[in-house]
Design a protein around this ligand. Structure first.
Ligand code: ATP
Length: 449
């Protein structure tokens, strides 16, 4: 099941502490959102699942956490200063601004006036000054994609890990884009996180690796709980391709507002390493790169057979964390009419709270201390957050934990004090079973295995 509308998701997210409008108490700031107590757990769990599958479960990928602020020269060489733009149109009547492709009928989407400016390129990168003197000459960009620092660190990582192609560098972190019209909740925002892998391969093997990563990333999303009927692959047309790409396949998801990109998997060729390398003319660079007079480092590897140096091609799966969270919330949102409840049927590894331990009576010392002990023991297992609910209202607690997707609720009642047994309730089936407290940890570990 999915949500019937974006409004249902927005309302659940606010009500249960997943996502809030940023700067809310001052009227909000457009295109920015804050992740609350449940949102931060869900987001972290999604990022952890990605990191696990990319770095821990493989032997050919290293991790990186690079800085967000970057020297302008990085984005000059990467082509972003010149081409990372969206076409901007102003409405002369109501002064609103639009991305050209959002005005299909040639009229302002707000006031319907046809008195519009011609479209002009608008660069999406945020700038900030660096150092104490703000004279406009010393500035930095907030990265619009996380990957450029992967390319600039290519040699550092190669040298410090003894890697050779094929191998990859993975990074999760913030990216910033001054989107003309942020919209659709957390789908298009100005500050977001990306989970990016740059996978470096020998030229000629790039098409094969591109296919491999398309397949792998599609299956990963299915494993996170996205249903096949809501996801599809779309080849990006030649005229929509980014300046660095030979071929891009987008993973499209059926969001509540329409089918749009969840992740892009691009064959970036040798464009990036070729753009940032020194001595460009020493290599056979296949893509059209910007001349580089500033780089101090050769971003190439040596072929072990013929000893020739070459610039690797890059395959890039790039996924947005916010779009992932939105898709997963949508997939999990279930209206259980029979039992008059909303259930967030998230996969258990993504659930913000793994188990809630609930003393039947609030502030009853014996029940609360028994429950606290269970909470601490389950918490120590280290699978994620376990919570003690000391509110005493079972109905309300079940309702709340169904809505935030807690797989297990464990109740401590007066019988517990006599026979050391507790009740475990399953989120999806609502089945309740009695169990001896000593068996809890084993059951809990097995459940999340
Ligand atoms: P779109 O066409 O929707 O603007 P894009 O093709 O510009 O996206 P990429 O540059 O390929 O996006 O970025 C990789 C991923 O980063 C996207 O698949 C998306 O998940 C995420 N992303 C990009 N821009 C935004 C944004 N403004 N808000 C949230 N996520 C974003």
């Amino acid at each position: 099941m999915t949500a019937k509308s974006m409004d249902e998701l927005v309302s659940l997210c606010k009500r249960r502490g997943f996502i809030f409008q940023s700067n809310d108490i001052y009227g909000g700031l457009k295109g920015l959102y804050d992740f609350g107590p449940m949102g931060v757990e869900l987001k972290n769990n999604l990022k952890q699942a990605w990191w696990k599958s990319m770095v821990y479960e493989r032997d050919d990928i290293e991790g990186l956490d690079a800085s967000i602020l970057s020297s302008p020269i990085v984005f000059k060489q990467s082509g972003h200063e010149d081409t990372f733009t969206d076409p901007l149109i102003d409405c002369r009547s109501c002064k609103s601004r639009w991305r050209a492709d959002q005005l299909a009928d040639g009229a302002c989407a707000k006031c319907h006036s046809k008195d519009l400016t011609d479209s002009r390129p608008f660069n999406l990168m945020f700038k900030t000054s660096i150092g104490p003197v703000d004279d406009g000459t010393s500035f930095a960009y907030l990265r619009p994609e996380t990957c450029q620092q992967i390319f600039t660190n290519f040699k550092n990582i190669l040298d410090s890990t003894n890697r050779t192609v094929p191998f990859g560098i993975a990074q999760i972190g913030k990216a910033f884009r001054n989107e003309i019209t942020p919209r659709n909740f957390i789908f298009r925002v100005r500050e977001f996180e990306q989970m990016e892998l740059e996978f470096f391969v020998e030229p000629g093997t790039d098409d094969k690796w591109h296919k491999y990563w398309i397949n792998s990333r599609y299956n990963w999303w299915i494993n996170q709980g996205i249903s096949k009927k809501n996801i599809e692959l779309k080849k990006v047309s030649k005229d929509e391709l980014s300046h660095y790409s030979k071929e891009t396949i987008d993973i499209m998801y059926d969001f509540p507002h329409g089918k749009e990109e969840l992740e892009g998997i691009a064959n970036r060729t040798d464009f990036d390493l070729g753009s940032h390398t020194k001595n460009q003319k020493d290599f056979e660079i296949s893509s059209k790169v910007i001349d580089n007079q500033n780089s101090t480092t050769k971003l190439a590897v040596q072929n072990i057979n013929d000893k020739k140096w070459f610039i690797p091609f890059t395959i890039e799966p790039s996924a947005g964390v916010e779009r992932g969270v939105l898709a997963l919330l949508n997939e999990a949102y279930t209206e259980d009419k029979k039992n008059s409840r909303i259930v967030l049927a998230l996969k258990s590894h993504l659930a913000p709270i793994k188990a809630a331990v609930i003393p039947l009576k609030r502030n009853n010392d014996k029940l609360v201390s028994y429950a606290k002990n269970i909470k601490e023991n389950l918490q120590k297992v280290g699978l994620g957050r376990v919570i003690l609910e000391n509110t005493g209202n079972m109905g309300k607690n079940y309702r709340r934990h169904d809505e935030i997707g807690t797989p297990l609720c464990i109740t401590v009642d007066f019988e517990t004090l006599e026979d050391d047994s507790v009740t475990i309730r399953d989120r999806d089936t609502m089945n309740q079973q009695r169990m001896e407290s000593k068996d809890l940890i084993k059951y809990y570990k097995k459940y999340f295995d």
